[in-house]
Write a protein that binds this ligand. Structure first.
Ligand SMILES: [Zn+2]
Length: 219
């Protein structure tokens, strides 16, 4: 991992238990405003792909060349729209909204990504010019998964859409919990976890509690 990737997306912020949920946790928002998104430009997006393990650095370096700044802006806009659609879906579940169905817009985006993808074995270099992302499967080369059509102009958005599709297909949203201090999500393994990151939201909560008790003690 490069130095800039470490600074922007330290591994201690990759906490959700699945890249699809980590994709929602790219905001700094103690007030749950979701206004300050760290996915603010193309280098930030590329660094996130690397830090999250969704695409390896070799893959992205191979396919990101020759694209204009305008196109980068359009891709980033599409990816942030996808993020908002998925966020609303997960948030509705966490809020306890009964029988949340996948919204039409999100469903359409996932279907389009699947329509362009192909099934391939994990962890292998398949055809010439197509390099596989790394680290997706424990049984590398033994099981199959949907692979991004690397020559498609939609490859960046598709890479994330396929993570979301895989997550929705393999995880119950009942397992997802939201941090008590911000809007970040994580998979709950039944240990009563309250915070996305103890060093951020856990610490902030302790500081608040300390301040409140010292105010109460004042004469
Ligand atoms: Zn938090």
């Amino acid at each position: 991992m490069s130095r800039s990737t470490k600074v922007l997306w330290p591994q201690r912020d990759v906490i959700a238990g699945h890249p699809a949920l980590d994709f929602l946790n790219t905001v700094d928002d103690p007030g749950r405003s979701r206004r300050h998104n760290r996915l603010r430009d193309w280098p930030a997006l590329m660094a996130w792909f690397e830090a999250s393990g969704v695409l390896s650095r070799a893959w992205r370096e191979l396919f990101e060349t020759g694209e204009s700044a305008d196109r980068h802006a359009r891709i980033l806009h599409d990816i942030l729209t996808l993020q908002q659609l998925f966020y609303e879906h997960v948030q509705a579940h966490v809020n306890g909204t009964p029988q949340v169905r996948l919204g039409d817009a999100l469903n359409a985006r996932l279907s389009q990504a699947l329509g362009r993808a192909h099934l391939g074995q994990s962890g292998e270099c398949m055809e010439s010019g197509e390099y596989m992302e790394s680290g997706k499967c424990m049984e590398s080369g033994k099981c199959m998964e949907w692979r991004v059509a690397s020559m498609s102009p939609s490859r960046w958005e598709d890479a994330i859409a396929l993570e979301i599709e895989a997550f929705l297909r393999t995880h119950a949203l009942d397992q997802v919990r939201q941090c008590d201090g911000c809007s970040w999500f994580f998979i709950d393994h039944g240990h009563g976890r309250r915070w996305c990151r103890p060093h951020v939201c856990g610490k902030r909560h302790l500081r608040k509690r300390k301040r409140a008790s010292s105010t109460r003690l004042k004469p």
